[in-house]
Ligand binder design. Sequence first.
Ligand code: ADP
Ligand code: K
Ligand code: ZN
Length: 433
Amino acid sequence: MEDTYWDAAHEALSRERLEALQVDRLRETVRRAGRSPFYRERLKGLRPEDIRSLQDVSHLPFTTKQDLRDAYPYGFLCVDRDQLVRLHVSSGTTGQATAVFYTRHDLETWADLMARCLYMTGARPGDTFQNLTGYGLFTGGLGFHYGAERLGMLTIPSGAGNSKRQIQLMKDFQTTVLHIIPSYALRLMDVMQELGVDPKRDLSLRIAYLGAEPYSEEVRSRVEAFYGVKVFNSYGLSEMNGPGVAFECQAQNGMHIWEDAYLVEVVNPDTLEPVAEGQMGELVLTTLTRHGMPLLRYRTKDLTRILPGDCPCGRPHRRLDRIQGRSDDMFILKGVNIFPIQVEQVLMGIPEVGNNYRIVLDRQDNVDTMTVEVEVTDRIFVEDMRHLQRIRNRITKELKSELLVTPGVTLVEPHSLPKNEGKAVRLIDRRKM
Ligand code: ADP
Ligand code: K
Ligand code: ZN
């Protein structure tokens, strides 16, 4: 028991006790939220005592990213300014930034949630943890950092980039656990191959946490096979602290969302009504333990579903399926709805495909076109035209059967597509330019 759980009181309780705790915490959250200018206005008339069951969450207002922008910077604050010890600003992948504030209590509970995630995957004191994500305003850096220290791992705050030094650090300190965003994990793979480093032979890695952007099961397989690690999916967003919202356990089958800290809803993004159990929809989250800036029914725009059934690990916290993307990532081509992740899934399942690709949308003579630019692996002779033609045909055929439209496919040499610091830019939409 002690060895299985970081926080048995919150990880190993019954579903009934968990839900009772949620109701208490929801009531307390409504009380706290009512102190902010934003919710004082939105909650008018609704009293904390009106929350008697989990169903009563339906009486609460939704909160959107736009609400956070409009109330920037302090409109959501529920405590005096002197109670705050940290702020993060969302990286603003899709528009103007928003701020999130933390009290000391909020940082403590966040670090504890993170430690819980890492411990669940088998990380222990004695492990060396290398954090290869950006520090600074991106919550992935400091979020994992404090969780790893809380657990008691030797923590290397190496940050993103500088791949040669990363590899050197892994060697010198026998790094066993990594946190890395998926696109960088793929890129670092190329660098290691160029340098003749074989992680299974030369390094001591055993666990890698991948998250912060959508990636497919095929990328997980590639990373696991190359680095010789188990990959655990990690989900979070700045508005909900950052990482540590949902995390995979050793069953590696969906991410337990910590329901003692977050109240989960999955809704139809058009009607905002709850979807049927197990159906895909927009994830909506309410913070249950936050003091500085509680958020009620925050619309994440992330599309996922609750996986049906219990997890073999026995935790009562329900599991989220892999995030398919944000509703704003979806694009429409010739009337067909497409998520970039569908393209990735096809590409990464084909062995001759390298570790980088991008999708270019354009408009020619008023017709929308889609071209997928694909790096081939080092192992392909780029002079072998017939082989290349076969690969191209296979990619085209598999994409067509997945997407139901036929994209153009351009094969390019290894390492020739632009690389990004931070999250990958996989979709270039020139139709509106
Ligand atoms: P920004 O919104 O500016 O990108 P965040 O760092 O808060 O800043 O990003 C959170 C978002 O990242 C989530 O809402 C989700 O879209 C994406 N994300 C985080 N973790 C994952 C994951 N494991 N799989 C897919 N997408 C993820
Ligand atoms: K992110
Ligand atoms: Zn589990």
